[in-house]
Design a protein around this ligand. Structure first.
Ligand code: AMP
Ligand code: MG
Length: 387
C-alpha cells in the first residue's frame, strides 16, 4: 500500500496541464487565469471626491464661502476658484488642483449661493489619483478568478483574459444494481448517487463534467460506454475497481490500452484507486462506495482538476482546530473522518461507515487522522479539510 501523498504524486505525474484560450471578462469568473494581466490605467485616473459636499481651499471653521461652480461624476469643473470661494462637488467628481478639501455637506450651512463652514470634519475626503492601482500594476497568474477579481480586472480596463481550458471529464458509473435518480429501481437495485455528487463537485471546480450511461457488469457493456468517452481530458470510473469477480474496469481499460497503475492507498475510506493514461486522456478509477467516492473526489480528483487547469500541484488545503469531543486511536491507514466544525471546535460523527451519505451530508469537514494516530482528548489540535 502507498500513502495518500505518494498516490497524489503519481496522479500529478499523469496530469498534463491543458492548453489555454482567451475569453471575454464576462465569462471569466471561476476560470483559471494562466497569464498575468496589467492595469491599463490609473484608478482613480484623477484625484476624486470621496463625498458629496463642497470643494474648499484650506477651509477654516466659521468661514463664509461663495459657491462659484459645480463638479459632478463625469463632469469636471474647469473654472477659477478665487480666494473666499468654493465649488459644489459630488462623489466621484474630479477634484480641481486648487481644492485641498471636500467639506462634507453635513458640515456646512447653505444660504443662497454661499455656505458657512460649521465643522472641518476629519480628513480631506479626496481619493488620490492611482490610489487604488497604477497603470501597469500586475495581477499574477495562475489564479482562479473570483467575482472580486473580475471587478478588479474590469476596473483595470482588461476586456479579455487568457484562461486554461476547462477539463472535460467523462463520468462512468458501473454496476448491475444501479439506476438513475427518478427511475423505478427493481427490488435489488439502488440509485447511482456518487456520480451525481462528483458531477456537482467537478462543476464547482470549474471542469466540464459529462455523465455517460451506466455501464453494466459485463465487459461488453463497459467497452460500449468507454467508446462514448470521445474527447474527454479525464475519464473517471466509479466502482468495479477492486478485485471482485464483477470488477472489470481494470481489465477492460487495460484491453483498451490503458497503461495502468493500480494503487492500494493506505486511506479510509477509499483504498482502491486506479489510474493511468488512456489515449490522450487521463483515467482515474474510484471506489464505488458512495462516501469513498466523494472523499476520493475531495482528496484526489479536486487536486488533479486544479493541476490540469495549471494551478499549484498541491493536496487539498488543511486547517487546524481543536477537538470538541474525544476520538479513539486510529488504525494503520490515514483516516478522513466525517465531522462537524463549529465555533466550539470539531466533533467527529459516531457513524463512519463508507456507505452513509446522510452522515457525509451532515458534515462540513473531514478530520484527517495520521496512520496510528493515538486517542485524543477534548482541546487537542487536529487537522481538517473543509467541505
Ligand atoms: P463496487 O466498487 O463496484 O464493488 O461498489 C461498492 C459499493 O458501492 C457497492 O455497494 C455498490 O452498489 C456501490 N456503488 C457503486 N457505484 C455506485 C454509484 N455510482 N452510486 C452509488 N453507489 C454505488
Ligand atoms: Mg460494482
Amino acid at each position: 500500500m502507498i500513502s495518500v501523498s505518494q498516490a497524489l504524486d503519481h496522479l500529478f505525474a499523469l496530469a498534463k496541464p491543458l492548453a489555454s484560450e482567451e475569453v471575454p471578462l464576462i465569462q471569466a469568473a471561476g476560470r483559471v487565469m494562466v497569464k498575468p494581466v496589467q492595469a491599463r490605467r490609473d484608478q482613480p485616473p484623477f484625484a476624486a471626491s470621496a463625498m458629496d459636499g463642497y470643494g474648499t481651499i484650506n477651509p477654516e471653521e466659521g468661514q463664509k464661502l461663495k459657491v462659484v461652480g459645480e463638479a459632478a461624476a463625469g463632469h469636471r469643473f474647469d473654472g477659477d476658484i478665487p480666494a473666499g470661494s468654493c465649488i459644489r462637488i459630488f462623489t466621484g467628481a474630479p477634484v480641481p488642483d486648487a481644492v485641498t478639501h471636500v467639506t462634507i455637506q453635513e458640515n456646512v450651512t447653505r444660504e443662497g449661493d454661499h455656505i458657512v463652514v460649521n465643522d472641518l470634519g476629519s480628513g480631506d475626503n479626496i481619493r488620490p489619483a492611482g490610489g487604488d492601482f497604477r497603470d501597469g500594476q500586475t495581477v499574477g497568474a495562475p489564479r482562479r478568478l473570483t467575482a472580486n477579481d473580475v471587478a478588479l480586472l474590469a476596473a483595470m480596463n482588461v476586456p479579455t483574459v487568457t484562461v486554461a481550458k476547462q477539463p472535460k471529464v467523462a463520468l462512468i458509473s458501473t454496476g448491475d444494481e444501479l439506476v438513475m435518480p427518478g427511475e423505478n429501481p427493481g427490488p435489488d437495485q439502488i440509485i447511482a448517487s456518487n456520480t451525481f455528487g462528483l458531477h456537482a463537485m467537478l462543476r464547482d471546480l470549474g471542469a466540464l463534467p459529462r455523465l455517460l450511461p451506466i455501464a453494466r457488469d459485463t465487459e461488453a457493456s463497459l467497452r460500449t460506454v468507454f467508446d462514448l468517452v470521445d474527447d474527454a481530458d479525464l475519464v473517471i470510473t466509479i466502482g468495479g475497481a477492486s478485485v471482485g469477480d464483477h470488477d472489470l474496469v481494470a481489465k477492460v481499460a487495460g484491453d483498451l490500452g490503458m497503461e495502468r497503475a493500480f494503487y492500494k492507498v493506505a486511506m479510509r475510506p477509499g483504498k482502491p484507486l486506479m489510474s493511468g493514461r488512456l489515449g490522450d486522456a487521463m483515467m482515474m478509477g474510484l471506489p464505488g462506495n458512495p462516501v469513498s467516492a466523494m472523499v476520493c473526489g475531495h482528496i484526489f480528483v479536486a487536486p488533479v482538476i486544479r493541476a490540469l487547469m495549471g494551478l499549484a500541484r498541491s493536496a487539498a488545503p488543511r486547517f487546524q482546530t481543536t477537538l470538541a469531543a474525544p476520538i479513539a486511536e486510529n488504525g494503520p491507514r490515514e483516516h478522513y473522518m466525517r465531522a462537524e466544525v463549529s465555533p466550539n471546535g470539531l466533533t467527529a460523527f459516531e457513524k463512519q461507515d463508507s456507505s452513509l451519505l446522510s452522515v457525509l451530508g451532515a458534515s462540513n469537514a473531514l478530520l484527517v487522522r495520521a496512520p496510528n494516530d493515538p486517542a485524543r482528548v477534548v482541546g487537542e489540535k487536529v487537522d481538517y479539510i473543509p467541505l
